[in-house]
Write a protein that binds this ligand. Structure first.
Ligand code: SAM
Length: 487
């Protein structure tokens, strides 16, 4: 049963005859782990003779064998290498090349899944000592071959009898290792590889990943479509593609996400900024603009009051930093503003701080970063200012059950950033009275919520005494941001 963990991916679903997640008796199939070892210096692959009782034949073939109960695919590949060839590959760079296929059981043709890892060695002389832990002759023939030599061995029948059905797997390996394609062909191949996965945007994802690896824009990919891509870049691209296929979002793979007018650094410590959240920035920018007009209408002699703005639950800092930028564009003097970006997560605040520095440069020094639970550090007097003119927040608001479902797709976003308890309102219920305390008279709250709890949020705000409550729809027509004023 434990074996099923390693099939929790959606590669080649058309090849499956077993339903994902269903329990199949271990006697129904045989899992083959393949570990390819690539010597980086000359791009050669290691092939060794296999042990008859682990596999069903004494063919020449890449190292391979069976997974043991409870072992994940990579663990099995590492063990195989260690036990059979004495290669300590634990620290070696590795890529999941995929691939598995379920063949209906026949007495003389055991059913199997295949799971294949590619290990790369920088300095193979140190890591590769062939230890004959098994019969000497079983490993004595291990040798380095070019990809073409393996194909030739296969063609003349002295290598394992690859079935035609294994062809796609070989093609992928070849693409990864040997045949640097053109930008055009790699992009098309990547999009096709992602076609059967959960992403709804395979073309876009493959372009974003390829442009990231090549360090160019997506437009340049089109202009340079016939340029050849080096083997190194092609392999790095393939690695990212397979992680994308496993659900990792493009933004975490490239480390960046465009939001509003800037590119933000992101990591799995922060929620990836969503386009819907730009509505909150747009509304906040209008409030700041109104404030700028009010300031400019004052007599010159009057001291301008400081505009205090807080972005609570800041994550990557995308809301607060974007609003700060808007204020600068409105020629509000940075010294007339106090911006506070706060989050409970230290990891998130570190990213927010980096983003502020890289996007705002010197002006980032006008922002303070506070780690804490919602507005508590301010209400407790531990941080200044204690009162704000505008409070912005995109708190965790997703109901726990929906969060569980969302996280199943391998998106890797922090539960802390999403989970708002059973109805998604746990944090919002605590936040609203704190906002009431922390807002100045006529102060405004802008809060993002889910389409499923926007109405309840507006109700909670009304019950707490807020006035001029209005909920705004995002571009998808869903109620997304609620504005409320403290009278
Ligand atoms: C939905 S994310 C919003 C991130 C960012 N503002 C955005 O719009 O992309 C919510 C953020 O709230 C933070 N958070 C969760 N619970 C918190 C709490 N009790 N106090 C402060 N921040 C909290 C999480 O760490 C996460 O960064």
């Amino acid at each position: 049963m434990e074996l099923w963990d390693i099939f929790d991916r959606v590669r080649q679903p058309q090849n499956r005859t077993a339903v994902r997640g269903s329990i199949i008796s271990k006697t129904d199939f045989h899992l083959i782990i393949h570990a390819w070892v690539r010597r980086k210096s000359d791009n050669k692959l290691l092939v060794s003779k296999r042990v008859p009782e682990i596999f069903w034949g004494g063919y020449w073939q890449p190292t391979g064998g069976s997974v043991k109960a409870g072992e994940a695919g990579k663990d099995a590949a590492l063990r195989e290498l260690r036990e059979e060839l004495g290669i300590k590959a634990d620290d070696a760079q590795s890529t999941l090349l995929f691939s598995y296929r379920f063949v209906p059981p026949e007495p003389e043709n055991p059913s199997f899944f295949l799971d294949c890892w590619l290990f790369e060695f920088d300095d193979v002389s140190q890591k590769l000592e062939i230890i004959p832990v098994l019969q000497k002759e079983e490993v004595a023939d291990a040798r380095w071959c070019t990809f073409q030599e393996i194909i030739d061995l296969w063609k003349n029948g002295s290598f394992m009898p690859f079935e035609t059905t294994w062809q796609p797997y070989f093609q992928v390996l070849q693409k990864c290792l040997q045949k640097p394609g053109s930008i055009f062909s790699l992009r098309a191949w990547g999009a096709a590889e992602l076609q059967t996965t959960k992403t709804t945007t395979p073309e876009l994802d493959s372009s974003l990943l390829l442009s990231h690896v090549l360090g160019c824009s997506r437009d340049e990919l089109l202009v340079r479509a016939s340029d050849k891509v080096s083997a190194e870049d092609a392999l790095n691209y393939a690695k990212l593609l397979y992680r994308r296929a496993d659900g990792m979002p493009v933004a975490y793979l490239t480390g960046r996400k465009d939001f509003w007018k800037s590119s933000f650094e992101v990591s799995p410590a922060v929620l990836i900024p969503k386009p819907d959240t730009e509505l909150l920035v747009e509304l906040a920018a209008k409030l700041v603009e109104a404030r700028a007009h009010a300031l400019s209408a004052r007599p010159q002699s009057t001291q301008p009051e400081t505009l205090n703005i807080a972005d609570i639950c800041t994550g990557s800092g995308c809301i607060g930093i974007s609003v700060f930028q808007e204020a600068l564009d409105l020629h509000i003097n940075p010294v007339d503003m106090k911006f506070v970006l706060s989050d409970i997560s230290k990891g998130a605040l570190d990213i927010a701080q980096k983003n502020a520095r890289s996007i705002l440069g010197e002006n980032a020094q006008n922002i303070s970063f506070v780690q804490g639970d919602l507005l508590e550090p301010f209400l407790a007097g531990a941080e200044t200012p204690q009162h704000f003119d505008i409070i912005l927040s995109n708190p965790p608001y997703v109901p726990s059950a929906v969060t569980d479902e969302l996280l199943l797709d391998g998106r890797n976003e922090p539960r802390l950033a999403l989970d708002g308890g059973s109805d998604g309102l746990d944090i919002i219920r605590r936040l609203i009275p704190q906002v009431w305390q922390a807002l100045n008279k006529n102060g405004i709250l802008l809060i993002e919520t889910g389409e499923y709890n926007a109405a309840q949020t507006a109700e909670l705000l009304k019950d707490s005494g807020f006035i001029e409550i209005a909920t705004f729809n995002d571009l998808g027509g869903q109620p997304r941001v609620t504005q409320a004023k403290k009278p």
